[in-house]
Design a binder for this molecule. Structure first.
Ligand code: KG4
Ligand code: ZN
Length: 352
């Protein structure tokens, strides 16, 4: 284990995971996560009030667990980092309040950082220094974006938004289609598993924003609501005809449509900029087909693909700590102690 770089504790509460991570430079020391996902399952989606309350209950035990795993005491840390946004307002507030209390009590600097850039920075913990510039494809339950990253700390326009979904996020589409197929929430992993024994060419589902006309205005944007509707129609038609729905085939064909368009646009973004590194992050990056397809197509184009292991793709505190450590290492000015929780923080604002 390398023993250099700043020791940073990161707190993540933007959605339903209470994450507390501890890193030293690029070395991961602890990644404690308490998820309230089971409390939301019966609603088929995350309920903001339930998430906020769960964060409150989990915060102190999760901090304690992270410190115990890392073998440190709080006073050892050089800085506190926290997700300032984007995310659920009430959920973010819990993390930001906890981080402020720690920073004030310990007299340490605080960095309020962007959740999306954290999904990029986390890769350093596994694969070493980030290639900059790189293209980042971020796909999760709340976001689907293509970023051009020249400096992950956002310095001097270092994170630029090339495209994003114009309706549902990719993970949201997985969750909605899973529900339609009678699979539990969150649906991504269940679709992934069902698809493994289904046929991806059974049904030719639409690829959103891929027609020549759409590409003129939305070359790097995504749309998944039409796909979701197409799946719903297809399933309804079978049910009306009294036929059994081939769940595995629908899952595989749907998954193929999502992964095809994500990979196609991400590689187009990289090629258009002459950038040779593609990083994929966010919960949907855990998808086995997305990882395989990206790898396969990128190789032919001479583009390298980096994807964190699945546990670091979904929301966690280590990603926030990783970005915080980068802020310290690159000498960025810490945030003010009255930093906001901003539910719609733009991706270009990496440090508040
Ligand atoms: O990044 P994340 O943990 O939280 C958000 O910021 O949303 O992502 C959660 C999303 C959910 O929509 C979940 O269904 C999806 O990631 N997901 C997957 C897989 N594992 C998680 N989607 C497809 N395939 C997977 N294996
Ligand atoms: Zn996320």
């Amino acid at each position: 284990m390398r023993n250099d770089g700043p020791l940073v504790l990161g707190i993540e509460t933007s959605c339903d995971e209470t994450g507390v991570g501890i890193v030293r430079g690029h070395t991961l020391l602890a990644d404690a996560v308490a998820s309230s996902v089971e409390e939301h399952a019966r609603f088929g989606g995350v309920v903001p009030e339930v998430a906020s309350r769960a964060h409150l209950e989990a915060m102190v035990p999760t901090i304690e667990r992270a410190c115990a795993t890392a073998g440190i005491v709080l006073d050892d840390v050089d800085a506190i980092a926290v997700t300032s946004g984007p995310g659920l307002a009430g959920a973010l507030l819990v993390g930001v309040a906890a981080a402020k209390a720690l920073a004030l009590g310990l007299d340490k600097p605080i960095y309020g950082v962007n959740h999306l850039a954290s999904h990029v920075a986390v890769d350093q913990l596994e694969h070493g220094p980030l290639p900059e510039p790189c293209i980042a494809l971020l796909v999760s339950g709340g976001h689907s974006s293509l970023l051009r990253v020249t400096d992950v700390t956002g310095h001097d326009g270092g994170v630029d938004l090339m495209g994003a979904t114009i309706d549902d996020a990719a993970g949201e589409a997985f969750d909605k289609v899973a529900r339609l197929l009678g699979l539990p929430f969150p649906g991504g992993p269940h679709i992934d598993r069902a698809a493994a024994s289904g046929s991806s060419v059974h049904i030719d589902f639409p690829r959103g924003l891929s027609s020549r006309r759409d590409l003129e205005r939305h070359r790097f944007d995504f749309s998944f609501s039409g796909l979701k509707t197409a799946v719903a129609r297809w399933v309804e038609a079978r049910e009306r005809a009294g036929e059994a729905v081939p769940v595995n085939d629908v899952a595989a064909s749907f998954q193929e449509a999502v992964c095809d368009i994500l990979v196609r646009k991400a590689l187009d973004a990289a090629s258009s900029q002459g950038i040779e590194d593609l990083l994929i992050g966010g919960g949907v990056a855990a998808n086995s087909r997305l990882r395989a397809l990206a790898e396969q197509r990128a190789t032919g184009l001479g583009i390298r693909v980096r994807v964190p292991s699945p546990g670091l793709c979904t929301d966690n505190g280590a990603m926030v700590a990783a970005l915080g450590a980068e802020m310290v290492s690159r000498g960025r000015t810490p945030s003010a102690l009255d930093l906001p929780a901003d539910s719609s923080l733009p991706v270009t604002t990496v440090l508040v």
